[in-house]
Design a protein around this ligand. Structure first.
Ligand SMILES: [Zn+2]
Length: 376
């Protein structure tokens, strides 16, 4: 009995002492505002008294642990986690690629932060020590382009990308593409800048796109032939994909995802279907999605099926006079239940499609001709 009591006391004493074991002298003013490394989270600086210098921290950089995967002869990609952006993945949840040119790497989507881009470039230099003189961006979502300022600042790179980045994030005029008088009191922010730990997001700045186009454009950069294809309003307000005809590779970003359910929060179903048709009208052997690991000829199959089912089932529900409030119970995409993020994103996609498809017109679907069928 006595022994048991002693053991019990020892256990209680240990539990009470636990927070102090190995903890030497901590002086914290706002403990709820510290991240795991004791850094202030950048969100704290998102206020009127913003001071530029406060953005820097001195603890070691976040290690993204980046491993390039070779997709084709000239293309390597970094594949991100199948998750929403969190502090734990530091925004590394989308795919970004490097294309080997004759005198420079070309970056396709630069990832979620300056530090990500810097580490990606360091990994690629081990394959071939070349600068990055050109960055090409797919769309405005911040997991795809916040690494741009690493390339502009350290490589003198030119950024090609959608005009929507300049308009929506940097206060540019849509027509003239000139910066409007900035009336903002705080620097431009994105969800990534607000959410990530300081040692992952520091040094990240929003820089404008330098070269943008109104329509699909062909160019040769650093010896590589490319078609930069505009698909317009699809997954976001302005989506583009990159086709490398000599390599038979297509880098499509978020108009195609696989292994997970897409987020159509900013997108439209009909735009998505048109984008996928445009992709299918090119001749390719490898496709790199914005999220997901499948890159062979089946890479677009899930997205094709998802949007076709979404459109058909929502239209059918409308015929059955299902009201908006019931639509997410009535239309489920059970075929995708085992995919990542199904429960987080699929109901939202259904609801959003309901709003969109009330205005549906069959003529909105563009027929690009099915390249694949000739090949098979
Ligand atoms: Zn996106």
């Amino acid at each position: 009995m006595k022994n048991k009591l002693i053991i019990l006391f020892a256990v209680v004493a240990f539990v009470i002492a636990m927070p102090f074991i190995g903890n030497n002298s901590v002086d914290v003013k706002n403990p709820h505002k510290l991240d795991i490394d004791g850094n202030f989270i950048l969100y704290d600086w998102h206020h009127k008294g913003f001071v530029e210098g406060e953005r820097t921290g001195e603890n070691p950089e976040w290690d993204y642990n980046l491993k390039p995967v070779q997709v084709s002869k000239r293309v390597w990609c970094f594949f991100g986690a199948m998750e929403m952006p969190t502090k734990d993945n530091a925004g590394d949840m989308s795919n970004s690629c490097y294309i080997q040119g004759n005198d420079s790497w070309i970056a396709w989507d630069s990832g979620p932060s300056y530090i990500f881009a810097k580490q990606a470039h360091a990994a690629m230099k081990k394959i071939k020590d070349m600068p990055v003189k050109t960055v090409i961006v797919s769309h405005e979502h911040d997991d795809h382009w916040l690494g741009n300022n690493y390339y502009t600042e350290t490589q003198g790179a030119t950024v090609y990308g959608p005009r929507s980045i300049n308009v929506n994030y940097l206060g540019y005029d849509e027509e003239t593409q000139k910066k409007k008088a900035d009336t903002r009191e705080i620097p431009a922010q994105t969800r990534m800048i607000r959410a990530l730990y300081q040692n992952a997001i520091r040094q990240t700045k929003l820089v404008p796109v330098k070269k943008s186009f109104h329509h699909t454009t062909n160019f040769t950069l650093h010896g590589v032939k490319m078609e930069y294809v505009k698909v317009g309003y699809a997954h976001s307000e302005e989506d583009w994909f990159l086709y490398l005809p000599d390599d038979k590779v297509v880098l499509v970003a978020d108009v195609v995802m696989n292994g997970r359910v897409t987020s159509n929060r900013d997108g439209i179903v009909i735009g998505q279907i048109n984008a996928i048709n445009a992709i299918k009208s090119r001749d390719w052997n490898y496709l790199v999605p914005g999220h997901g690991f499948i890159t062979d000829k089946t890479a677009a199959d899930e997205a094709t099926q998802y949007f076709a089912l979404l459109k058909d089932r929502v239209l059918e529900a409308m015929d059955d006079e299902v009201i908006a409030d019931d639509i997410t119970r009535y239309v489920t995409l059970d075929e995708f239940r085992d995919k990542d993020l199904y429960y987080v994103l699929s109901p939202g996609n259904v609801f959003r499609s309901y709003e969109e498809l009330e205005m549906f017109d069959e003529d909105d679907i563009i027929d690009y001709g099915q390249k694949e069928e000739e090949d098979d």
